[in-house]
Design a protein around this ligand. Structure first.
Ligand code: ZN
Length: 120
């Protein structure tokens, strides 16, 4: 099972399987973080030990972006709404992924809120 680990190793999550695709988003926070988000149901993910990450919440307060309190790596985001059980981990923090076989999708979170490569 893939481990999502910050640089210092204090903040670790476990995902049930490697991502088949990840999302790069151009919204104001994601482009700054440079994260590649792999989405899962929250129930599938083992979260970091409490207190190892610090949440960052902004704007309409729908999401909390978590970073390691020690080394600062952004590990994941979680919904604050309660209804939304989807979450995402930063796939850049998973060692040994075969990036040649993972689809990298471009999401226009800055304006149209659609995938730029949408085929559906
Ligand atoms: Zn760390």
């Amino acid at each position: 099972m893939p481990e999502v680990s910050c640089h210092c190793g204090q903040a670790k999550l476990t995902a049930p399987r490697p991502p088949a695709e990840v999302v790069e988003c151009n919204c104001s926070i994601c482009r700054r973080l440079g994260a590649r988000w792999a989405h899962y149901q929250q129930s599938e993910i083992t979260l970091p030990k409490p207190g190892t990450t610090q949440p960052y919440v902004w704007g309409d307060r729908m999401l909390a972006f978590h970073r390691c309190r020690s080394c600062g790596c952004v590990t994941h985001w979680q919904s604050l709404s309660g209804a939304q059980q989807r979450m995402a981990v930063n796939a850049r923090l998973i060692d040994g992924l075969d990036w040649d076989h993972i689809r990298i999708r471009q999401f226009d979170g800055a304006s149209t809120w659609t995938f730029q490569d949408d085929e559906t």
